[in-house]
Design a protein around this ligand. Structure first.
Ligand SMILES: [Zn+2]
Length: 143
């Protein structure tokens, strides 16, 4: 289990979201009113719980032999995470030209998911390897 330094991340993201459109509501409120210590602690705990759950999911699907996933934001993305919405990613690196996924959560407030791009799904939507490479948005850490 990877434990991230959420205190440091929340501080850094609070500064970033001053300059990014569409911050998550919890950050918009903190920028307006300052952090409520309870809300901040709850956000950090929830983000770590989500990261742990996500890490377990990725380990499971990787162990099961899956490689291709797509980042799904369900229309609930903030200004920092939005650019990765719908991007394909390669978990194992075995698909040339398709980058590894970002660590989730990207920002501490968003709860995006990686969903399997199964051969059946790709075939049924007419998607091929070239589309994946074209649609891929490599993750760039904000700092
Ligand atoms: Zn976000």
């Amino acid at each position: 289990m990877t434990v991230r330094d959420w205190d440091a991340e929340i501080d850094a993201w609070t500064e970033r979201f001053r300059h990014i459109p569409d911050p998550p509501p919890v950050f918009a409120a903190a920028i307006r009113d300052g952090w409520d210590p309870d809300e901040r602690r709850a956000l950090a705990e929830d983000a770590q719980a989500y990261a742990t759950q996500h890490e377990g999911w990725v380990a499971q699907i990787t162990a099961a032999g899956w490689d291709l996933v797509r980042l799904d934001t369900r229309g609930d993305e903030c200004g920092a995470c939005a650019r990765y919405s719908g991007s394909p990613y390669s978990l194992t690196g075995e698909t040339p030209g398709v980058p590894p996924p970002p660590p989730l959560p990207i920002c501490p407030a968003c709860r995006h998911t990686l969903n399997l791009l199964t051969p059946f799904f790709m075939q049924s939507t007419g998607m091929d390897a070239g589309d994946l490479v074209r649609d891929a948005v490599p993750y760039e850490p904000v700092d």
